[in-house]
Design a protein around this ligand. Structure first.
Ligand code: ADP
Ligand code: MG
Length: 613
């Protein structure tokens, strides 16, 4: 019997492959936009006619292609983005399969114009149904333009299968928004049948969201930010009162790629647990950055699901950080109908004017004295060494009165935790165990406090209040400190300078490679300054948060982390008491700034039960 198997001609293979990649005009829009982004364009225009059925054109100012590449890009499995299978685990581009252009060219009329920056002339190619119709040299601007006309001209069944213009246009908008939201620094314009539909200038993330979804969106957004070893999260979620009936504006991006994830969606919903009406859907725009080797991008051309190595941890972190943001911005609980809109930003931050820190000179300060067993705590006690525990959170107490009308989520818990009488005199005994936990007796039983986390919480809130409400106090240094940094670090410091001044730093000079500091926050010692700044710079490696609130928040977190008393430090009884009382005077005493529990309680009944055995 003669052999009957034959290799399919390329154009047939391409047509079959095209079925996978190109389902509708929106698929072409997605592929072309992603190619333009991958080509590092800063300006991308999308031009459509008849919902893309007549024309999808994308013009970019990116890298362009050489003559050879211009020809090669239409071949199947022709890509400049990966060379070997391992590259799939370090992907930084949207594309990598090298089949989009081959597929599109198989089922449409494609006209491409492209020129790399360094070349004088560009290339103009026309391909129709995989056949090269013409190739010319042309005078062109830098970048690439793809015009895709008459989609499915050679597959009538597919063409007839397309939905109405309204439906196809809706799909295109979805794709466009996903790409535009993932890349706020790129200028996008979008024309449909001659009218400009979107013009999105390069901007911050928040502005991009607002520009895509209308000005009203701005007031609905609450920033979310978290940084851990396995994931960095930034973005926005909507305040619960703006939740919608349908799942409209819900976006996850992982390493700037739009993805769908039912599991992560669940994590978001869990963060809103109890504060949304039944069936209501929050909007969210969440950007996750993870090391590329910890995810598996679906190899299927059009699927948007990806696999994470540590999905459970991601779930927990996402949920906790959204919960935290909703709490921070005082949007929970929802049932607070008389909410003062001033409180949308915490700590009256809005009303704060840029303030120069006032300087408190510590007359007793002796740089040569070294009898400071626990410097943080001794600092609090100044200037009166015998001052009571309240000095542990200088400034905090009186501010709680000022902002006392804020409904704290934990108010009830905290005020009933100690007998009022006990709090007033603050005399209940505390014990430190394993230089790690502080145990104290309370009305209902006992409380066990994690000293490091508790102190982080106290310091964090103290810094935030200082930065946003108070004029921070500084201690003036006898001898100004010269601190040297790399030029990129100096840039970061310059950007952060205002926020740092709000914590109490006084900058005397900014040079190209060093700063001169003449004042430091009251709760920082001189020897800790460089440590604190270095920690801060390393926490900001991935960029400075955009809003000044997140900036303050990051600084407060970082400084609290550097300065908090560590596990393994012996605390005197007074220090233990100060810490416990300081913790429970906090707005959110239950967790550290990094969302870890700060204390647990054991009720007498629980103890009784144990003894009953
Ligand atoms: P992939 O994006 O998966 O590599 P494509 O078929 O989409 O595959 O594109 C093939 C190749 O053509 C890309 O790898 C890239 O080198 C080149 N290319 C496509 N579009 C552009 C563009 N707008 N600017 C520069 N090069 C492009
Ligand atoms: Mg591509």
């Amino acid at each position: 019997m003669s052999s009957i198997i034959q290799l399919l001609p390329d154009h047939v293979a391409n047509q079959i492959a095209a079925g996978e990649v190109v389902q509708r005009p929106a698929s072409v829009v997605k592929e072309l936009l992603e190619n333009a982004v991958d080509a590092r364009a800063t300006d991308i225009k999308l031009i459509l006619k008849d919902a893309g059925k007549a024309l999808v054109q994308v013009i970019d100012n990116g890298l362009g292609m050489s003559v050879t590449d211009a020809r090669l890009c239409f071949e199947r499995h022709a890509t400049s983005k990966i060379r070997q299978a391992e590259d799939l685990f370090s992907l930084h581009t949207k594309g990598f399969r090298g089949e989009a252009l081959a597929s599109i060219a198989a089922i449409a009329h494609v006209e491409m114009k492209t020129k790399p920056d360094q070349e004088e002339l560009g290339t103009h190619i026309i391909v129709e149904g995989s056949k090269f119709v013409s190739q010319d040299v042309a005078v062109l601007p830098k970048g690439t333009s793809f015009a895709v006309k008459n989609l499915f001209f050679n597959i009538p069944a597919r063409r007839n299968f397309l939905k109405s213009d309204t439906v196809e246009y809706r799909h295109i908008i979805d794709e466009f928004q996903r790409v535009a939201l993932a890349h706020p620094k790129i200028h996008f314009t979008f024309y449909h049948n001659g009218s400009e539909m979107f013009n999105l200038p390069p901007s911050t993330l928040r502005q991009r969201i607002v520009n895509v979804f209308s000005g009203k969106t701005n007031e609905k957004l609450v920033p979310v930010q978290e940084e851990t070893e396995i994931v960095a999260i930034q973005g926005f979620v909507s305040k619960p009162e703006f939740a919608k009936k349908n799942r409209g504006e819900q976006f996850f991006f992982v390493n700037d790629r739009f993805i769908k994830s039912g599991y992560l969606h669940h994590a978001v919903m869990a963060a809103y647990d109890g504060i949304l009406k039944d069936g209501a859907q929050p909007s969210y725009f969440l950007y996750l950055s993870v090391p590329p080797n910890t995810i598996d991008i679906n190899i299927h051309p059009t699927k948007t699901e990806i696999k994470f190595d540590d999905e459970h941890a991601l779930y927990a972190i996402l949920r906790a950080s959204i919960k935290h943001s909703l709490g921070q911005f005082n949007v929970a609980p929802v049932l607070d109908f008389d909410r003062d809109s001033n409180l949308d930003t915490p700590y009256h931050y809005k009303d704060l004017e840029g303030a120069t820190p006032t300087i408190q000179v510590d007359g007793n300060f002796n740089p040569f004295s070294d009898d400071k067993p626990n410097k943080h705590f001794s600092n609090y006690k100044k200037p009166e060494p015998t001052a009571n525990w309240e000095s542990l959170y200088v400034g905090l107490k009186q501010d709680t009165d000022e902002i006392g009308h804020i409904t704290f989520e934990n108010e009830e818990v905290t005020s009933s935790l100690f007998n009022d009488e006990e709090v007033e005199h603050s005399v209940h005994k505390t014990y430190q165990i394993h230089k790690k936990y502080i145990v104290s007796s309370i009305k209902s039983g006992m409380v066990i406090v994690d000293q490091q986390r508790a102190h982080q919480r106290v310091l964090y809130e103290q810094f935030l209040v200082n930065m946003t409400v108070n004029q921070a106090s500084s201690q003036q240094l006898l001898f100004p400190l010269n601190l040297f940094f790399s030029s990129s670090e100096m840039d970061l410091i310059a950007e952060l300078q205002l926020s740092l001044m709000n914590t109490g730093f006084v900058f005397e000079e900014n040079n190209t490679d060093h700063i001169v500091i003449s004042g430091i926050p009251v709760n920082v010692t001189e020897s800790e300054v460089s440590l604190v700044l270095e920690q801060l710079l390393s926490d900001l490696q991935d960029g400075i948060p955009e809003s000044s609130f997140s900036q303050n928040d990051t600084i407060a977190k970082s400084m609290a982390k550097s300065l908090a008393v560590k596990t393994g430090t012996h605390l005197t009884e007074k220090e233990q008491e100060n810490l416990v009382n300081g913790l429970f005077a906090c707005k959110d005493p239950n967790v550290s700034p990094f969302h870890k529990p700060t204390f647990i309680t054991i009720r007498v009944e629980d103890l009784d039960k144990k003894f009953a055995l």
